[in-house]
Every structure is written in C-alpha cells, then in structure tokens.
Design a protein. Structure first.
Ligand code: GLA
Length: 391
C-alpha cells in the first residue's frame, strides 16, 4: 500500500538517519474533551474524543539496551539506556519517552532497546495532549520492541504513562489524556469513570461536528495554577470529610451536601467544589442528550460548562472567552467551551454538521479582530486510539 504523504516524510526521515528499514509504526492521537473538565483528578467523569492528529514513532527493535530517537520537528536526537533515571535537562521531549520506559520496567516488563523517528502533528502546548500522545506512542513502541504488546490492558497502559508524566516529567496531570489516546474509538466519544477506569463508548451523532479553535495565546500560568486548583479540591474534600466521613473525593459529594456544608469552606474552595460537582452532572446529562440526538441540550451543557470554568473554577482567559464568543456568534454553533486545562490553548464547539467551514471562517475573522491574534481552527472527527502497524 502506498503510504500517505506524512508517513512518507517519516519513512524518508528514517532512511536519512538510519541504515536499513524500520519494522513498525506506532501511532497515538491527541484528544479534545467534549465535557468533564478538571474532574479526572477528582475521581469524576470525562467525555473526550481522540483526534485525527497524532504522534508517530517509526522504529525497529535493537538487540541492546539503548533507545535512540530522532525527532523530526525538533531536529533533535535523544539517546538513553533503559534503566537510566536521570532527566534530560537540555530537552523536554525525550523525558516523556524515558519516563514511560522506567514505568513499564517498574511494572516488571522486560524491555528491549529500539531506534527510530518521532514525528507529530498535534499542536504542541495547546491543550490537545501532544504530551500524552507522545507517551502512548512511546509505550506502544517499548512494548512492541519487547514483544510484550499484550502485557498491559489499555487502562493499565494509560495509568503507567500518567505516572511517568507525574513522577518523571513532573506534571501532576490526571488520567484523561493518556486514557483517550490509548482507547479512543473512531466515531465515538468515551465516557470514562476516572475512579474505576471503567468506560463506555458513546457514538458521536451524525448530525453534529466538532470545531476546535486554538487561541494561540500563551499558557504560562498553566502549571502552577493547575496544581493550585488540585490543592483546593483536596482542601474541600478534607473539610467536607469532617461531616461526610464516607467521601473519598468530590465525586462522592452531591450538590445538596455541598450547599448544606458550605460554611465549612472558604468562598474560593466552595466555588471550586461547585464547579467539579456540577460538571460531573453535566457529563452524564450530555451523554444522555447525545444519545437522544438532543443537540441543543448538549450545546447548552457545553455553554454551562464554560461559564462554570470561567466563573467558579477561574481557568478561562480573555482569549478563551473571546474564542468561545466568536464560535457562538455563528448560528450553526450549538455550544462552545474551553477544553483541557484552560488558561489559553483551545476551545471546542459543537456545530451542526455542514456548518463547520462557515464556523471556521466566522471564528477566524472575529477572533482575529477581537484579539489581534490569528487563531488556528481544526475540524476533526472522533478518531481511533493508539495502534501499532507492522511494516
Ligand atoms: C489537563 C490534564 C488532564 C485534565 C485536564 C482538565 O489536560 O492533563 O488530566 O485534568 O487538564 O480537565
């Protein structure tokens, strides 16, 4: 079969940098979250889809313990031995690969070195999970090279990659991004229970499409403010536990319970908890709305999610608000919200099928005018999760 243009570029990259041929291509997608934001680390529910943009690792096993990779877009090499737990201080990207290797080894998997090319077209630093895609593509390469592709279930693999990001890279993310990159399904969103790691495929209805708007605004606050939000949720749980000893996370608290014990919380922590608790409900209601083709209701819930993230959770930004506003200004848009951690990055709109291109034009023009920044707009159908193709 003739490779597509992108795969051909990666194959050419391999030929230019290695002797002989690669044996496998690992592919792992980025994601966009439809609804359920900042709920994953509260043991809650999320509803992401995998994108048709991905990170690829074209590789072949080595018969030693070395991993040697060349990243096309960064024009940079990474070279490390399995078991090496020293972070790469000069470049960030190899740490995602190295961290995943360490986690897999810690699970008792006997790894083998491999070498090849890394290449991605998930916009970086934009809240579409390019990091998780790199981790999962690397995990698939590690497992394939070691002849252990079935050693872990999808949820176990996602958990290992999340742990690598938490502990080796040092980003305290939840499980959502790695999970959807691993287990996403063509034409479906996944309803994920981030406590049990159980999940259900939700068919993405034919009458609607997704339009993603990249604000191109910087996300400098993202790391510290993300950790601060997590700490505020933990504080909320600690205080609510005094009167609700059975709870383990905000997932276990109802809206009525939160209101009844509001006085135990600072105003800020109360609002953070209110976002998480109401967002968990919105995820469930959105699934029901999509299953009944009630697109107006799904759109309304996305709008409500944005308002809650902006006002209660305070993770929006001027650029994200303008992006959402530009999206909603088109009559084909049913609802829109920031997606991912927030503070910049992307918003996602649910639009009527057929209106995608019009919405894109409207947004390009009105967002650029409002922010003096040229956005990028992606139209993506829900796509498949990670896979490995033998060559
Ligand atoms: C980032 C994290 C996810 C999740 C979202 C917010 O994308 O990586 O785990 O917490 O933010 O929903």
């Amino acid at each position: 079969m003739q490779p597509d243009k992108r795969t051909q570029t990666i194959l050419d990259g391999f030929d230019a940098n290695f002797e002989g041929k690669a044996t496998h291509l690992a592919i792992a997608p980025g994601r966009v979250n439809l609804i359920g934001e900042h709920t994953d680390y509260n043991d809650g529910f999320v509803l992401p889809v995998a994108l048709d943009r991905d990170v690829r690792v074209l590789f072949r096993p080595r018969d030693d313990n070395q991993v040697r990779l060349y990243a096309l877009e960064f024009d940079s090499w990474a070279d490390f031995s399995l078991g090496n737990s020293e972070r790469n201080k000069k470049q960030l990207w190899p740490n995602y690969v190295q961290g995943v290797g360490l986690e897999l080894a810690a699970l008792g998997i006997q790894l083998q070195g491999f070498e090849g090319i890394v290449s991605g077209n998930v916009p970086r630093g934009s809240g579409l999970s390019s990091s998780a895609a790199l981790e999962i593509a690397a995990a698939k390469a590690f497992l394939t090279a070691a002849n252990q592709i079935h050693a872990l279930t999808g949820p176990q693999l996602a958990r290992a990659a999340q742990k690598a990001e938490n502990e080796f890279v040092g980003v305290n993310c939840g499980i959502m991004d790695q999970f959807i990159s691993t287990l996403g399904e063509d034409g479906h969103a996944l309803l994920i229970d981030c406590r049990t790691l159980g999940y259900r495929r939700v068919p993405f209805p034919e009458g609607v499409s997704l339009v993603i708007g990249n604000t191109k605004a910087s996300r400098s606050l993202a790391g510290s403010a993300y950790n601060e939000r997590r700490a505020q949720c933990e504080d909320g749980v600690r205080r609510l536990k005094e009167v609700l000893p059975g709870i383990g996370a905000l997932r276990d608290v109802s809206r009525a319970e939160l209101e009844a014990h509001r006085s135990l919380l600072s105003h800020t922590v109360y609002r953070r908890c209110r976002h998480v608790i109401s967002e968990n409900d919105r995820v469930q209601t959105t699934v029901a709305a999509l299953e009944q083709d009630d697109f107006e209701e799904a759109g309304r819930l996305m709008d409500a999610s944005h308002a809650s993230l902006r006002d209660d959770y305070e993770v929006s930004s001027e650029a994200l608000d303008k992006m959402v506003e530009s999206m909603r200004s088109h009559p084909g848009c049913l609802g829109a919200r920031l997606t991912g951690a927030g503070f910049g990055g992307c918003a996602v709109a649910l639009v009527r099928a057929g209106a995608e291109k019009d919405v894109r034009e409207t947004v390009q023009e009105s967002y650029a005018r409002a922010m003096n920044l040229w956005p990028e707009i992606y139209i993506s159908a829900p796509s498949s999760g990670a896979r490995v193709l033998p060559l």
